[in-house]
Design a protein around this ligand. Sequence first.
Ligand code: PAF
Length: 280
Amino acid sequence: MIIAEKISEVKKYIKEWKKAGYSIGLVPTMGYLHEGHASLIERAVAENDKVVVSDFVNPIQFGANEDLATYPRDFDADCKLCSELGADLIFHPEPEEMYGDAFYSYAGVNTLSEGLCGKSRPTHFNGVCTVVTKLFNISEADRAYFGEKDFQQLAIVRRMVKDLNYNIEIIGCPIIREEDGLAKSSRNSYLNPEERKAAVILHKALTQGKEMICSGEKKAETIVKTITEIIESEPLSKIDYVELVDSEKLKPVKTIEGPILTAVAVYIGKTRLIDNFFVD
Ligand code: PAF
């Protein structure tokens, strides 16, 4: 597996691969890879001739008081996993390589990025759109793979690709969970043992919400209330949001009439976790 730190190196390999007629899959990550990322890489390997994994903690998607400095990193373990899974290239640039000393251009999607996580993280999605645009351009990938745990991110990237006619197919992959239901996330590593136990409350509450929807409950308010009460029963939790939104426009709904996303963001201690479920 090739390890590349420079954009020019990646471009050199991509040029060769394109010339040979290979299809290219991209898995954008911020590293500290877990089974969730592994599922994306496995799918990319199965569906493409060549697979590029980017491993870059993107500074511009973090707000001023967020966890950029402490975000977990283990590049050696990431390389080992990517190589075992059959990735062809891991791209691990320094922030200077991606943004230089001056950077003036940004990508973004309005409306979709205003609600849910966008409310408490107002600059986050422009940072994500900008870095994925750069990664799409650098890798010239035919397909890019994103996890459904970050459902809003996935919806925003899909919309950007559609609105701006990017030549790439966006593939969403299911959430991978721990045995007790907690969604896999690099940020789970922040949880101490007591918090780790408490974190299962997100999944418990969402499972109850899903059962209510599947048994015919149509009032969003009733479902939000039940989910909120279950989460609040856990003393270590503090809710950022509990929302039912339509899965395309991500706007809150009052009554369930079509495909629906139920999403939560909850602090367990100091760690902010997100989770969701989608009902078609
Ligand atoms: O989901 C993530 O890990 C990041 O937001 C992404 C898509 C790699 C962009 O930095």
